[in-house]
Write a protein that binds this ligand. Structure first.
Ligand code: GLU
Length: 303
């Protein structure tokens, strides 16, 4: 049997949420994950994370796939869509419930806000810290969501760029949601199940997801799944100094000039500008990535 922390080969992925086209920020994650896979002579997969159906924009998946192709970022297998994989998420939840590691929750957002008496602006996939109201039962309320029972010590892990990390999940977010009140499986459950099911050995993504990683490792431990290696890349910032997103004016990348878009993403990753063809640029960056072990720490502003 394979040892639990060893992968026999490199497999990476890019996992965009189809809430809009690729922009300068999401291209950085796509390029970094592609380069890391190529530099390790590994495989690179694309997974469309449309589990959050209310936020999914019809057609955005096709646009993203054509933008990746225009940038020369070709996957080694056909893409998968999370919306076709609900049975896997259901099976994982059932396993957690059977092990008494998940419990139903009847709290509305308002209940939680009242319980913690504060609402604060939240970064991507962050949650209000759940005070544990339904841990001991529903107290007469109807079940709305399912949560993971987050017990145990703090999670310690190593990010390939940011170094040693530690988070006490119970302290930071509490028992987090696995199945939402609207019937959608939560990002945290879907991403963990998919990374394991697809044999992902290396996760490369934006630094705004750094603080989600402890939750994902906690869930991997609860489901007895292997933990991949993680690398969180620098973010592209919008005009307001926050992470570039549709909300602060991110433009779709211009695929009539793929090299221009790629050069901008490469600069964020600390890679030198290239001219010539997209193929030449990608192979030059792959060689640079492989030889220097890039530390993607720079932050750039979108132009
Ligand atoms: N689909 C997630 C997002 O765009 C990213 C998932 C991941 O790379 O882990 O927020």
């Amino acid at each position: 049997m394979q040892s639990p922390d060893k992968f026999s080969h490199y497999r990476g992925r890019f996992a965009p949420s189809p809430t809009g086209p690729l922009h300068a920020g999401s291209l950085v994650a796509a390029l970094a994950s592609w380069l890391d896979a190529r530099a390790h002579r590994g495989q690179w997969l694309v997974r469309i994370e449309d589990v959050d159906s209310p936020r999914t924009v019809p057609g955005a998946d096709r646009v993203i796939l054509s933008q990746l192709a225009a940038c020369g970022l070709h996957a080694d297998a056909p893409p998968v869509w999370q919306s076709t994989r609900t049975a896997l998420y259901r099976a994982a939840l059932d396993k957690l419930v059977a092990g008494a590691l998940a419990y139903p929750c009847g709290c509305s957002r308002k209940d939680i806000e009242n319980a913690i008496a504060a609402d604060v602006p939240r970064p991507r996939h962050a949650e209000l810290r759940y005070p544990g109201t339904c841990r001991t039962g529903l107290h007469g309320k109807a079940a709305r969501a399912w949560r993971l029972r987050t017990e145990g010590a703090a999670i310690h892990w190593q990010d390939r760029a940011a170094g040693p990390q530690a988070q006490d999940v119970q302290d930071a977010v509490g028992d987090f949601v696995l199945l939402r009140a609207d019937g959608c499986f939560a990002y945290q459950l879907a991403v963990v199940v998919d990374d394991a099911d697809q044999g992902i050995s290396h996760v490369v993504r934006g630094a705004d997801l750094l603080d989600n990683t402890a939750r994902q490792i906690r869930l991997q431990q609860s489901l007895q799944l292997r933990t991949p290696h993680y690398l969180h890349t620098a973010l592209v910032l919008g005009a307001n100094g926050e992470k570039l997103s549709k909300q602060n004016g991110a433009q779709a990348i211009d695929t009539t000039e793929p090299l221009r878009a790629l050069n901008q993403a490469a600069a964020t990753l600390g890679l030198p500008a290239q001219s010539g063809s997209v193929e030449h640029a990608l192979s030059a960056w792959t060689a640079a990535w492989a030889s220097t072990g890039v530390r993607p720490e720079r932050q750039t502003r979108a132009t």
